[in-house]
Design a protein around this ligand. Structure first.
Ligand SMILES: Cc1ncc(COP(=O)(O)O)c(C=O)c1O
Length: 512
């Protein structure tokens, strides 16, 4: 480590060539040795100037200016080598048309759901709200790499800087925008981790819309601060199952102590929207337009990695319904298909809710009661109720049809990890990088750590890119459960899963 150059303190003759001159009496002077390898911070103390700290001058954050923020979303449907199967009407078995979706969604979003243009312009009004936190930083995880002793280079795209603390506002804002533009007065939704509900509550506040949220019971009880945050943004929040809807009452009659699931909460929110022409429903994941809105993550990350001359060898993200993962991965898949890079793309899901790795690829309902159209996706069965693991956002029985299709076609890999392993990675990450991750992206971190450890053994200098899609500041009881040894794991064996899937699929209407 180079030593500090003989210094000139404030007011004693200015800074070395090329460095800021703080000789106006400011407290600090920063000087960088000629080999650029260290930053030496000098401080003017009472007894004269002294060396305060010497650190490596590594670049940690790769930032974009607001002017560099992408102004288009990427639509992967334009480039998928084979088109995904259509969404079907449960009554007719035929592909759904715009009129079937109109009771729930505004026409702009319905058209985006089926659009095949390669890019969609982001409305100026939405860009303006995005600028509150975007572009989000890309970090090089130097300290995590050091803790692991790995030759791998780990990058994470951090979405925790948004108002909700996750990637969810990337789609909540345009969804609220298009609904307000269509004259809608109120949006209903479900929330698992509380992140999506918070994001939609914030977005509705931007466009003077009312917002009503059904929060999965397990999460409602585990994360009271999420409810408070939604209420601060002006939303009304109910635990799900609730006695406010037919769907909720049916579930409560069958199991009064139900911890709920995303599928049940979706049924409740859809029921409330379907019957009222001024109320629409907003979904935080799964659908094509949601994943498209999230591609701003990947588009920014491409620009940021280019700034440091890197291309990923592995891209890894957690999957609940698939939106943060798709948002990061799709622009990189485009570049892969164009022959510009060749990353392995790996989804990570919880062992307690393993839709991609253990589910069946079949048509199924998106909700528990059966109010949505039928989507071909990897499913655990629409009435599957996962254990109340702490990654509430990953407790969904299905997977985005688009991601399911890409998985079937071999464009991505999937693995499942138990929550104890994930929290171990989350704690290691927090201790080295200083950010407490949300429980969901600890799954991605566990997989990134595993790969980096493999690199330690093989000596490979792989570039690993992961989505740190949210912070865990409102998930601290989950960390307490982990740190005090109260957290447990639950795996499903294949026959349990097959029974659940078969039971659910038996109840589907016959398809032609
Ligand atoms: C922080 C966070 N990460 C991930 C997810 C999972 O959703 P998706 O797979 O759509 O990104 C959620 C969902 O609520 C979430 O809140």
């Amino acid at each position: 480590m180079p030593t500090a150059p003989s210094n000139k303190g404030p007011g004693q003759g200015g800074a070395p060539a090329g460095q800021p001159d703080l000789s106006d009496g400011s407290d600090y002077m920063w000087s960088i040795p000629s080999d650029n390898s260290a930053v030496v911070v000098l401080r003017d103390g009472p007894g004269g100037t002294y060396v305060r700290e010497v650190t490596d001058s590594k670049q940690h954050k790769i930032s974009l200016s607001e002017d560099e923020m992408p102004t288009r979303w990427y639509n992967v449907l334009h480039d998928v080598p084979t088109p995904p199967p259509p969404v079907l009407h449960p009554g007719t078995g035929q592909p759904v048309g715009p009129d079937d979706l109109a009771p729930l969604f505004p026409m702009d979003l319905i058209l985006q759901e089926v659009a095949t243009d390669q890019f969609v312009e982001i409305p100026g009004d939405v860009l303006d709200v995005y600028r509150l936190w975007r572009p989000s930083p890309l970090y090089r995880a130097h300290r995590l790499e050091k803790a692991l002793g790995t030759p791998a280079r780990i990058y994470y795209k951090y979405e925790g800087v948004s108002p909700a603390g996750s990637h969810k506002p990337n789609t909540a804002v345009p969804q609220a925008y298009y609904n307000a533009k269509a004259g809608i007065k109120k949006l209903t939704t479900e929330t698992g981790a509380g992140q999506w509900g918070t994001a939609l509550a914030f977005a509705c506040a931007q466009y003077d819309l009312e917002c009503e949220v059904w929060q999965v019971r397990a999460s409602y009880d585990q994360k009271p601060y999420r409810k408070f945050m939604m209420e601060i943004f002006g939303a009304t929040v109910h635990p799900s199952p609730s006695d406010l809807t037919d769907a909720g009452r049916k579930i409560l009659a069958e199991s009064p102590d139900s911890t709920g699931s995303l599928g049940i909460a979706i049924s409740e929110a859809v029921e409330m929207a379907a019957g009222n022409p001024t109320v629409n429903y907003a979904l935080g994941s799964v659908l094509n337009h949601v994943l498209m809105h999230q591609t701003i993550i990947g588009e920014e990350a491409l620009l940021q990695l280019a700034k440091v001359g890197e291309k990923p060898d592995l891209l890894v993200g957690c999957t609940g319904g698939g939106s943060n993962f798709g948002g990061l991965a799709f622009p990189f898949l485009r570049e892969k298909w164009a022959g510009n890079m060749d990353p392995v793309v790996r989804a990570v899901e919880p062992s307690a809710c393993p839709s991609l790795t253990q589910g069946t690829y079949a048509y199924d309902f998106g909700d528990t009661i059966g109010m949505t159209p039928l989507m071909k996706m990897h499913t655990l069965g629409h009435d599957f109720v996962p254990d109340p693991i702490h990654a509430g956002g990953l407790r969904y029985h299905g997977m985005s049809p688009l991601l399911s299709h890409l998985y079937e076609e071999g464009h991505l890999e999937a693995i499942a990890r138990p929550q104890l392993d994930c929290f171990a990675a989350g704690v290691l990450f927090a201790r080295s990088e200083g950010i407490v991750p949300a429980p969901e992206p600890t799954h991605a971190l566990a997989a990134a750590v595993e790969e980096a450890q493999r690199c330690t053994e093989t000596g490979e200098e792989k570039v690993i890119l992961t989505a740190l899609c949210g912070h865990g500041h409102l998930d601290l009881p989950a960390y307490d459960a982990y740190l005090t040894g109260q957290m447990t794991d639950r795996d499903w064996n294949d026959s349990e899963i097959q029974t659940s899937v078969a039971r659910a699929l038996e109840k589907l209407p016959a398809l032609a």
